[in-house]
Ligand binder design. Structure first.
Ligand code: 5GP
Length: 200
């Protein structure tokens, strides 16, 4: 990459969209990548109408909103995208996204396949990365180990996973999360190829 390209690419923040089925490990992977590239890369905290799981904290993992408040925020155009996933609302606050990109800070979004399609329309420069499990059996095992969902939720998440994986062809990069360190290394190399070439 020549110097001109580097300057060009660093002028404005880059938007990275990470998707993948529930239980694939994308939240932990995303946290690792954000901490590695911080402060030039930040995590987009989504809003959701689902209840907090385990140790999740409001404002850190999600902004937990009542369903009615989420619907008000939709009507006030507060989201860059929103979707109904597994029966709950999820959405990306627009102001956080735009203010960081304008400050040349890149943003990592962990959103579902519907949200990724909407973002690709409004932010065509976005880089889309899909995380795959090594197999459906491993995915089920990870969801069961996580032990945070009811059996009904778990069945819904597994059946949605098959549908979500069909969308992987819409993404620029595929990463299989078989081994955590290997997946992190692959992701670092992908991110470095777009931003922060000095970290490659
Ligand atoms: P979970 O309930 O397991 O935290 O997330 C369920 C799904 O919702 C995941 O696939 C996650 O990527 C997706 N998701 C989280 N935040 C957003 C968002 O802001 N928008 C969209 N479209 N999907 C989201």
């Amino acid at each position: 990459m020549n110097t001109e390209n580097v300057i060009q690419k660093n002028r404005k923040g880059r938007l990275f969209v990470v998707s993948g089925p529930s239980g694939v490990g994308k939240t932990v992977l995303a946290a690792e990548i954000v901490s590695f590239f911080s402060p030039g890369l930040v995590y987009s905290v989504s809003a959701t109408s689902r209840n907090p799981r385990g140790n999740e904290k409001d404002g850190k993992d999600y902004f937990f909103l009542a369903k009615g408040d989420f619907e008000t925020a939709i009507s006030e155009n507060k989201f860059a995208e929103w979707a109904l996933v597994h029966g709950n609302y999820y959405g990306t606050p627009k102001s956080f996204l735009d203010s960081n990109l304008e400050k040349s800070i890149s943003v990592l979004m962990n959103i579902d396949v519907q949200g990724a399609d909407k973002i690709a329309e409004s932010y065509p420069e976005s880089v889309k990365i899909f995380i795959l499990p090594p197999s459906m059996d491993v995915l089920e095992e990870r969801l069961r180990k996580r032990n945070m969902d009811s059996e009904k939720d778990l069945v819904k998440r597994l059946s949605n996973a098959k549908e979500e994986i069909l969308h992987k062809t819409n993404y620029h990069h595929l990463v299989i999360n078989d081994n955590f360190d290997k997946a992190v290394a692959e992701l670092k190399s992908i991110f470095s190829s777009y931003i922060f070439p000095e970290k490659a």
